[in-house]
Design a protein. Structure first.
Length: 130
């Protein structure tokens, strides 16, 4: 799957976001090694600690369907700037795909790419990843 296609899917997922508190809508599209794609959006809650980011929603969605091998993830928000995953999402991604390619997009569909190891260089893990 082309990066632009994955970004477009993340933009579609963003439309489903539930963000009445921040008004910051985020969508993610996670490409698994087997070619399946799982979407996620941010889901806020009045108890802010119960809020879930789009990236984690996509990961948890994939895992709930038995997929644990991830190739790349695209993330997009309403902002003009590129949307980077937060620290918690970086850590969750590192649990399953420390070498995943992360595509960070803006609201115009423009994007940049980095590996998770570039975004989170010294991951916390029970096993050493290269």
């Amino acid at each position: 799957m082309e990066d632009k296609e994955l970004v477009n899917l993340a933009m579609e997922a963003k439309k489903r976001a539930y963000a009445p508190y921040s008004n910051f809508h985020v969508g993610a599209a996670l490409l698994c090694e087997n070619g399946e794609v799982y979407l996620g959006c941010n889901i806020e809650n009045a108890a802010y600690g119960s809020t879930n980011c789009a990236e984690r929603t996509a990961v948890f969605n994939a895992i709930s369907f038995g997929n644990r091998s991830f190739k790349k993830i695209a993330i997009v928000s309403d902002g003009d700037e590129y949307t980077y995953p937060c620290g918690v999402c970086r850590q969750v991604l590192s649990e399953f795909a420390p070498n995943i390619e992360v595509i960070m997009a803006n609201n115009k569909g423009e994007f940049i790419k980095e590996t998770l190891c570039e975004l989170l260089p010294h991951i916390f893990s029970l096993k050493k990843h290269n």
